[in-house]
Design a protein around this ligand. Sequence first.
Ligand code: MCN
Length: 790
Amino acid sequence: MGFVGTAVKRKEDFRFLTGGGTYTDDINRPGQVHAYVVRSPHAHANIKKIDKSAAEKAPGVVAIFTGADYAADKKGGLPCGWLIHSKDGTPMVEPPHPPLVADRVRHVGDQVAVVIAETRDQAKSAAELIDVQYQELPAIISTGDAAKPNAPQVWEQAKNNTCYDWHLGDKAATDAAFAKASHVTKIDIVNQRLIPNAMEPRAAIGDFDRATGDYTLYTTSQNPHVIRLLMGAFVLQIPEHKLRVVAPDVGGGFGSKIFHYAEEAIVTWAAGKLGRPIKWTADRSESFMSDCHGRDHVTHAELAMDKDGKFLGLKVSTTAAMGAYLSTFASSVPTYLYATLLAGVYATPAIYAEVRAVFTNTVPVDAYRGAGRPEATYLLERLVDKAAREMKMDRVEIRRKNMIPANAFPYQTPVALQYDSGDYQSTLEMALKASDYAGFEKRRTDAKAKGKLRGIGISTYLEACGIAPSAVAGALGARAGLYESAEVRVHPTGSVTVFTGSHSHGQGHETTFAQIVADTLGVPMESVEISHGDTNKVQFGMGTYGSRSLAVGGSALVKALDKVVTKAKRIAAHLMEASVADIEFKDGAFKVAGTDKSVPFGQVALTAYVPHNYPITELEPGLDEKAFYDPLNFTFPGGCHICEVEVDPETGVVQVVKFTAVDDVGKVINPMIVEGQVQGGIAQGIGQALIENCVYDNKTGQLLTGSYMDYTMPRADDVPSYDVQTHNTMCTHNPLGSKGVGEVGAIGSPPAVINAVLDALGPVGVSDITMPASPHRVWQAINTVKAAAE
Ligand code: MCN
């Protein structure tokens, strides 16, 4: 008891740290064969001919399927889960997305054929014997150029490569605000494309039982029920009761394993055709070219202010890359997860945002840790810093002046969201204090004496987690509900299994959810098991993304626990021959109020399953309750991140020397897990700010950063030890009071880092830099200014 709010060590870590986890690639089914996917070497080309005759004779080959075979079976394409309408009311362009393409490839890595053989090496060797004749076509790679009139077209039906041209906010009110502004700050921002890198690459095993007609897919997924729904209903037309999707231990996802991928459908479909289990596991470079990428925005924004630096209006125009196809949630990211966040923590009265989503001959872009919210935060916080410089105001002062005050909640923004709670001033003040902002100038001077340029950067951010409610999301184009479910099964001896639709792939739900159960039922943590990731065990679930698991999945768990306690009280009342109204439940025991009569939870559990002398006409046996919880609103974490850097002007190397984060995540279940989540997110944010960059050759569409030789991930010596704190205001509409934490680090940190880099470079005359602020870019920026001055 008293587990909630304490730093309980993670239950799952013994399994993971001792190599006892079971990941998809650890699973082997009897009679299993292996798949290798033949991928396009071209960014854009017509498939003229595929000759698979030599490959079919290669050792071990069981079958080879192409896009033509898939099309002949009349199976479906991968669907997109969110319909966006353009300004003019027309629906977005939704091109076909077959798992195997038959006629035209549209990005390097597009799936052309699958070779199935007894071993993976045999499949790979045979794939080299397949002769695919391509007729190359011009490709469009650059997001910023995609909508230009002469750009090559990815899809005929998408004129100017435009998927949708959407807007949000009040244009007239924003124009009016600009008309009365005394100063307008303008900024052009690129939020570069990132390649997600979970520790475990994607993998899938398709299995088919001829005797029963049942399919099973084992897959590296964050949301197995969603995959079952999409693949069953839209792609392969397998009814849910004949399709089991299992997402066992998953080694991280960071968003990239939300989506329904082609390979999942390919192995399941082919398993049905061959009657043998088929395993596919990506290698790292294959992941680079087939996993959905993140970010990739090009934006122009303008902030109108009065003479005192008070924000009057904000105009934002963004082009967002979708890649060659629409991935599962791609369309929602630069719209409802981005533009709705453009108020941030500020009381800007009028905001108008336009978003053009474009197709390019690249891998699809979809949600990646933060998804839209890091892009909004980066834009705002860069803009606010620039405004402060232009207005000759202090960077802290301009933020204080424009923040939504702590007494203004609930606060309705001009971009649809209504924030329920927050205290942005306090998180700012705490971060200023913890980072010793006041003492910074001395540190700058000391660094200068060592030949280093030191800078400090601030980012005050707001996040929206757990998209909700389903009714609102549905009205905005979501093609799914956004609730979560939990079942609490109390066993006869009083131990408990929870079945949750939230998938844990690093977040520690097996611990935090068990903390909630142990406290509510008064049972030991060891007596609670959290089961997730198997559609044949768990009732239903929308899965894990958008930092929704605690706020939505945890709330479903609370609701189910309430039902368990309610029923258990009735059993206890029967056992103690008392009225239900007199039964109190505390510390694992049911008591009759005002008496010393009490029965422990375990005895009630046993009675539920051994109902001798039980009022069976009034009370069902068993103690097993379920709840579905649809939230009333998002949760709104917020906070302040402050970064301090030292730049070596000779080499351009940026060292993050200090990082302070103060976040508001509502009620904390496990402070150690919360701190770990924030730290991990900051590491990703520092990676984006300083080193990570997905680069395609702009002409050929070849992925130039196709391995770790070229794509730099943050390592231990790229990140400092962090000072992570929380200052929490409670979420007002969920039963836990908790907000999400899983993405805050990746949202708040990139602008803090870049604002620090620009603060360091300000004295040498550099006023802008594009992420990642790599040594090369920083050195170039310094030397360009130097050369211009000479
Ligand atoms: N928590 C808590 N108190 C709070 C909020 C959360 O104790 N006030 C705990 C939760 O119980 C949970 C963890 O913190 O154990 C994260 O909770 P939450 O914010 O609800 O996020 P989710 O569990 O839904 O995880 C998703 C989120 C996202 S969107 C990405 S991306 C991300 C992230 O989590 N991907 C991750 N963190 C990750 N961590 C790992 N190791 N691997 C990933 O792929």
